[in-house]
Ligand binder design. Structure first.
Ligand code: NAD
Ligand code: TYD
Length: 353
């Protein structure tokens, strides 16, 4: 028995593989194209006595996927691979269409052909779990009820639109061909190995390198933050117990404004790594022009996963953010290695420095 994890060298995928190997006895094959966001170092130290194999390749390469599925007798595919950064999708949506839509489609086709040829018992046990986002539901007003699985899709960014498309394709492959799929829609993750283009690691990195802390608009946009390890645990439960064809929302009951998040990061840094001269880090917050189409609020109703599997987040925002800042302080070499030329080009373009 082996699982295939696409995008397993990225932030959540790598955390998932680490968690999976620690929690189960089952081998995992990682398929990752190693875009700017993928980093084999995220899987460092995981030789796991042959329980982990890394394959460099694209989810859109149907022949490679077909060969892998057959050669490794894969019993489940977990699709984490995606272009995942909203700001980059605003500057250049095409890569998002290529991977999130066409790539997911081609992956589904390769998986369907493999699944079709399995013996009946293996076909019944097989699962394709698609990892998606709460951003497909669009933006909530201040008093709006958190997103439930039945809510209408109203994606607002090119990123969200491509993830919504991929969710629809996954659903269609179940309805049309019977492929045993599961979809999870999760809120904003944070934790170790997150690429420092996303809010929390970006703020930590910029604070430690003496730069401004750019907050979009008025800083009042709200996200529901979930520690990545809690997301990984929920995915394991959905894979094991989820009902085929269903979708599951996962969220942290951790709604915060961006300004609250940045202040929390600054306060931890003030005590763990005080600035020379003793000024507080929040002095460096700079309000910058807003992101176009910026969703005001996301919040997720995760009561289905709580009710059906007994899942609950183990970390609160306070404990999770402390662990996260600590990890970045302890792993400055990792940050140095990922903030290469391509990263510097991106931040110069986005933040003008
Ligand atoms: P990430 O950008 O850190 O990692 C994505 C990984 O996919 C990278 O390793 C990259 O190399 C790989 N990849 C990209 N295109 C590929 C392709 N064509 N073929 C093979 N590999 C490819 O993203 P993440 O934050 O780890 O997100 C993982 C998944 O979870 C995504 O599908 C994302 O939409 C979803 N998600 C993310 C969050 C979040 O807060 N980060 C929340 C909910 C859902
Ligand atoms: P991000 O981490 O990009 O996740 P998402 O857009 O998928 O929610 O951004 C989280 C929030 O932080 C979002 O409201 C945009 C905001 N943000 C800033 O204010 N400044 C920044 O430099 C970045 C990257 C994000």
């Amino acid at each position: 028995m082996t699982i295939l994890v696409t995008g397993g060298a990225g932030f959540i995928g790598a955390n998932f593989v680490r968690d999976w190997l620690a929690e189960t006895g089952e081998p995992a094959v990682v398929l990752d194209a190693l875009t700017y966001a993928g980093n084999p170092e995220n899987l460092a130290g995981l030789d796991g006595g042959g329980r982990h194999l890394f394959v460099h390749g694209d989810i859109g390469d149907m022949r490679l996927v077909a060969d892998l599925l057959r050669a490794r007798a894969i019993r489940a595919v977990l699709n984490f691979a995606a272009e995942s950064h909203v700001d980059r999708s605003i500057h250049g949506p095409e890569d998002f269409l290529r991977t999130n839509v066409v790539g997911t489609f081609r992956l589904l086709e390769a998986v369907r052909a493999y699944w079709d040829g399995l013996p009946a018992a293996d076909r019944a046990a097989f699962r394709f779990l698609h990892v998606s986002t709460d951003e497909v539901y669009g933006s909530l007003g201040a008093g709006g009820a958190p997103f439930t699985e039945g809510d209408r899709y109203e994606p607002n960014s090119p990123y969200a639109a491509t993830k919504a498309s991929s969710d629809h394709l996954v659903r269609a492959f179940h309805q049309t061909y019977g492929l045993p799929v599961l979809t999870t829609n999760c809120s904003n993750n944070y934790g170790p190995y997150q690429f420092p283009e996303k809010l929390i690691p970006l703020m930590i990195h910029r604070a430690l390198t003496g730069r401004t802390l750019p907050v979009y608009g008025d800083g009042g946009n709200v996200r529901d933050w979930l520690y990545v390890g809690d997301h990984c645990a929920a995915i394991r439960m959905v894979l094991a117990e989820g009902r085929v064809g269903e979708t599951y929302n996962i969220g942290g009951r951790g709604e915060k404004t961006n300004l609250e998040v940045v202040h929390a990061v600054c306060a931890i840094l003030d005590s763990e790594r005080p600035r020379p001269g003793g000024r507080p880090y929040h002095d460096r917050i700079a309000f910058v022009p807003d992101r176009p189409g910026h969703d005001r609020r996301y919040a997720v109703d995760a009561s289905r996963v709580a009710r059906e599997f007994g899942w609950a987040p183990r970390e609160t925002f306070d404990t999770g953010i402390r662990r996260t800042v600590r990890w970045y302080l302890d792993n400055e070499a990792w940050v140095r290695n990922v903030t290469t030329g391509a990263y510097r080009d991106w931040t110069a373009r986005q933040y003008g420095q």
